[in-house]
Write a protein that binds this ligand. Structure first.
Ligand SMILES: *Cc1c(COP(=O)(O)O)cnc(C)c1O
Length: 441
């Protein structure tokens, strides 16, 4: 326990920790695939008074006064979101990706219905999970979850086996109501084009969870779910899409009323309006710079994966070119478990996450000591790094994990390397440093 402090001391300690956190990220290599660094403009919007207001309801039809400027920004935000994803309808109010998924569950299913989604070792997300694992779909909305048959060699949903399973469930009196595509370990596109029509013919609503790949879709570098046949898309706005932490639902006018009601009053009261403003800013940046950004993200991921592979790491998906997204998955069992590797790299200033990989559960491994790590390159791409920097980063990882160099020794080299990348790229205004601490007091 911390020693007893005066109120003022606690207050000061908070700011001291915040500043140390900023310095940590200034000096580290941030490789968490679900994270990114927002522009100074996005941070400015987040610090505005919008964050202290309520604007319940739809813009133009609010339940409170004082919303004139909020409405103006929320309309801009919806227009930009629709333009990016070529969608007929956007609800920018969900406060996170999980809430966006819950909006789909609430709008298109009832408790007790059956959904098909990817299992966690096959890349699925906890928000698609079963009740006994405390997954959101089961625990919060009472859905029963069936998993896609998954080919662990090809790292792909098996289309034929999926169709067979759908028919089998139908025969057994457990017809599916919702098909969920997308995931958290997401190296290759899902077979949306191959399965959407079939799923719809069998009575399912089809949703694509683009939480991870939203920025790549926006830049035209990943599958385009609405064109491939999904009804709706859900996403987080802060992973490859470089906005504030938040959520978004997209679809056609046909689904608008159900989604709007699910989001409010169903799942939000305040919808965190400063984040709506920040989303709008990020969407404008994405429309302007998103194509170049997404192209570089994919190039970087492939270069990083190739370099790791040459250095002796077992990078997943080799037969398919390692990755088509911002992510790389590495089986590290030859050297240590994923938890240990994560810790050693952290001591060197390289921030990654341990990762369950296909085969882990069958082999009795769990998420504390899984077989892999996951690497994401969105944030370092945003900091201006390119393919040659990816090779340097791979060699830092090699020195810690294969050569067993002291992490502290590698850390000082990393801090030196890191000095050249302190601004956010792919945005309109970059006067403030990427991790510069802003004091308002
Ligand atoms: C991260 C993630 C989410 C959750 O998003 P939050 O914004 O953190 O609530 C949902 N689905 C998938 C596939 C994810 O990877």
């Amino acid at each position: 326990m911390a020693e007893i402090s005066t109120n003022k001391e606690s207050y000061e300690k908070i700011f001291s920790a915040l500043k140390r956190h900023h310095r940590l990220f200034e000096n580290s290599i941030p490789l968490i695939a679900s994270e990114n660094v927002p522009s100074p403009a996005v941070r400015e919007a987040m610090a505005s008074d919008f964050g202290n207001r309520y604007a319940e309801g739809w813009p133009g039809e609010r339940l409170y006064a004082g919303c004139a400027h909020i409405d103006e920004v929320e309309f801009i935000c919806m227009d930009l979101a629709k333009k990016i994803y070529r969608a007929g309808f956007a609800d920018v109010r969900p406060i996170s990706g999980v809430v966006a998924n819950l909006a789909i569950y609430s709008a298109f299913t009832d408790p007790g219905d059956v959904m098909m989604a990817a299992s966690i070792p096959a890349g699925g997300h906890i928000s698609h999970g079963r009740k006994e694992k405390f997954g959101t779909a089961g625990l919060v909305h009472g859905l029963n979850v069936e998993f896609y048959p998954f080919d662990t060699q090809e790292l792909a949903i098996d289309v034929d086996k999926t169709k067979a399973r759908v028919l089998e469930l139908e025969k057994a009196g457990r017809p599916l109501k919702l098909a969920m595509f997308g995931g958290s370990l997401f190296l290759f596109p899902h077979p949306v084009r191959e399965l959407s029509d079939f799923m719809k013919e069998h009575g399912m609503h089809v949703n694509y969870d683009a939480a991870h790949v939203a920025g790549l879709i926006a830049g035209g570098r990943f599958q385009d779910p609405l064109r491939e046949g999904t009804d709706t898309i859900t996403m987080s706005t802060h992973k490859t899409l470089f906005g504030p932490q938040g959520g978004l639902v997209l679809g056609s006018e046909k689904h608008a009323e159900q989604i709007k009601k699910a989001v409010f009053p169903g799942l939000t009261s305040s919808h965190h309006i400063h984040l709506v403003a920040a989303k709008a800013v990020a969407f404008a940046e994405v429309l302007e710079f998103g194509r170049d950004y997404a192209r570089q993200v994919i190039r970087n991921a492939r270069a990083f994966a190739g370099a790791l592979n040459e250095m002796g790491f077992q990078v997943l998906g080799e037969s398919r070119g390692f990755t088509e997204s911002h992510q790389i998955a590495v089986n590290v069992l030859e050297f240590a478990d994923g938890g240990r590797v994560e810790e050693d790299l952290e001591r060197a200033g390289i921030i990654v996450n341990r990762q369950l990989i296909p085969g882990d559960i069958k082999a009795g491994r769990n998420y504390l000591q899984p077989g892999g790590i996951r690497i994401g390159v969105s944030e370092i791409t945003r900091l201006g790094m390119g393919e040659s920097e990816m090779r340097e980063l791979a060699s830092f990882i090699r020195r810690v994990i294969i050569d067993k160099k002291r992490p502290e020794e590698v850390r000082s080299d990393i801090e030196l390397f890191r000095k050249a990348y302190q601004k956010v790229r792919f945005c309109f205004d970059d006067s403030l440093g990427a991790y510069e601490y802003v004091k308002l007091r």
